[in-house]
Design a binder for this molecule. Structure first.
Ligand code: AMP
Ligand code: DBH
Length: 503
């Protein structure tokens, strides 16, 4: 992972403290999540760890975890952290296509899910349904030694921009650093009550400061089964929620639904991230909800930027924050990797004490996704203000950001290219007032066939087991693709041409 001199430096500076994620669980009787106290969550996780170990799950093994926002999720991940087995964090929306890939690519020993219908996708991995977990029970005294803090703790998903999703290897040391600092930046205390609205396995919900940040502070996590105001507003009122984290479309929806609100007076901080928040929405947060807005610009690969709780309105409303760490190195460069002056838009490259140096088992992709000296190419276009705050201005990667859900254009294209009536296809983002972006598939039909309509495309991709959020919102049929100059255009140029011509 990190070169020795960097690792030594991060330890010396006190960033990496030599603890594991399991150590977030104390034996306090304060509630941790749902009706589980820290002590009960710890005990239950230890017993589950011993039971899993007994059935063959070992340190270093991969286990694909796909659970909704329920307490069992926490028992499972802490059991795996204790064993040193690596959760691979699938999202609830993933289907056979994604699950099958995660299981095979990681050679997972088990797949833990609520979806019995996805069992067939797991291949050699043993399927453990959520209802089976309670019966997995062992004696914690039989547990072997746990992992080292410098070991990998889990594999997180990247939104990706290539045909196959990339997995992000995070260590106990590096992740705990980001969690600890995030908890401090977000002002968490034992009195904090955090509402998990987005899927708990998402990096934002997990660590910015997320559920792990809350555990670090000794606070309490409340789980929302879904993000709609009718579910969430009563929960905020009843549980006296102090902080929660959402993507921009959810913030927008909440702001438009406040007449439904019971009592949101406990909500001190509303974090918004995952996609660019429109100024017009940002400006309504305090007047309408009475909460402090915090913008969060993060990535599962590492770097997380926050506006600070005491920042002036100009910063909170119009920037995406600044990095967590004084040792987050941020470079903003032109197309030739030459630094641009402050205020000029460029590619964001970053390196630091909690940013990965490479995707998991992806040597070839890593050669282009990282610079020779280890900077991660985020694919984001940003500018830095003189005060050091970043403003996200766009994106250079072939990705669609559909209200915070990331879709790799190439992944969807590869699925569509298998359709018998599709000669060629390009998947691009089109602007959308609510989600920010939606997905449009431009299709050229194979000679002698009729291009599939939207409904056929959608059915076809669902049958291939693709997650719903990746399924195009629109299909446009073209006779040919625009060609610039001579010869074949690259897919990247093609997407750019289509985007430019999109109405
Ligand atoms: P991932 O790499 O899949 O974890 O997704 C991270 C990406 O989400 C970033 O590289 C950005 O493109 C996007 N993103 C996250 N937060 C924000 C934000 N606050 N504003 C704009 N884009 C964001
Ligand atoms: O979009 C993201 O991936 C994201 C957003 C906010 C993230 O990973 C994070 C905070 O940690």
């Amino acid at each position: 992972m990190w070169p020795d001199d960097f690792a030594e430096r991060y330890r010396k500076l006190g960033y990496w403290t030599g603890q594991t994620l399991f150590e977030l669980l104390t034996d306090s009787d304060h509630l941790a999540v749902g009706d589980l106290s820290y002590r009960r969550l710890r005990d239950r996780s230890l017993r589950l760890a011993a039971g899993l170990n007994h059935s063959g799950v070992r340190r270093g093994d991969r286990v694909v975890v796909q659970l909704p926002n329920v307490t069992e999720y926490f028992e499972v991940i802490f059991a795996l952290f204790r064993l040193g087995a690596l959760p691979v964090f699938a999202l609830p929306a993933h289907r056979a296509s994604e699950i099958g890939y995660f299981c095979s690519h990681t050679a997972a020993v088990a797949f833990i899910t609520e979806h019995a219908e996805l069992a067939a996708a797991a291949g050699d991995a043993r399927v453990i349904l959520i209802g089976d977990l309670a019966a997995i029970d062992g004696d914690p005294d039989t547990l072997p030694p746990g992992p080292n803090p410098s070991d990998l703790a889990f594999l997180q998903l990247s939104g990706g921009s290539t045909g196959l999703p990339k997995l992000i290897p995070r260590t106990h040391d590096d992740y705990l650093y980001s969690v600890r600092e995030s908890a401090a930046i977000c002002g968490l205390t034992p009195d904090s009550v955090y509402l998990a609205v987005l899927p708990v396995a998402h990096n934002f919900t997990m660590s910015s400061p997320g559920v792990l940040g809350v555990f670090h502070a000794g606070g309490r996590v409340v789980l929302a089964p879904q993000p709609d105001p009718a579910t969430v507003f009563p929960l905020i009122a009843r549980e006296r929620v102090t902080i929660t984290a959402v993507v921009p479309p959810i913030a927008h929806l909440w702001l438009d639904s406040v007449s439904l609100a019971t009592d949101l007076s406990s909500l001190e901080v509303l974090q918004v991230g995952g996609a660019k928040l429109a100024d017009s929405v940002a400006e309504r947060v305090r007047p309408v909800l009475g909460s402090q807005l915090q913008q969060v610009f993060g990535m599962a690969e590492g770097l997380v930027n926050y506006t600070r709780l005491d920042d002036p309105d100009d910063v909170v409303l119009h920037t995406q924050g600044r990095p967590i760490s004084p040792d987050d190195e941020v470079l903003i460069v032109d197309d030739d990797d030459r630094p641009v002056p402050d205020g000029t838009v460029g590619h964001l490259l970053t390196r630091g004490p909690y940013t990965i140096r490479g995707y998991w088992n992806a040597e070839e992709h890593n050669r282009t996704a990282f610079t020779a000296d280890g900077f991660y190419r985020t694919g984001d276009l940003v500018r830095r203000r003189p005060d050091g705050y970043l403003v996200v201005e766009g994106r250079a990667k072939d990705q669609i950001n559909r209200g915070g859900e990331k879709i790799a254009a190439e992944e969807v294209e590869n699925h569509l290219l298998t359709h018998p009536a599709v000669h060629d296809v390009a998947v691009v983002a089109v602007p959308d007032p609510y989600l920010g972006e939606r997905t449009c598939a431009y299709v050229v039909a194979r000679a002698g066939t009729t291009a599939p309509k939207l409904s056929e495309v959608r059915t076809y991709l669902r049958e291939r087991g693709l997650a719903e959020y990746k399924i195009p919102d629109r299909v446009r049929v073209l006779d040919t693709f625009p060609v610039t100059g001579v010869g074949k255009v690259s897919r990247r140029e093609l997407r750019a041409a289509l985007r430019a011509g999109a109405r």
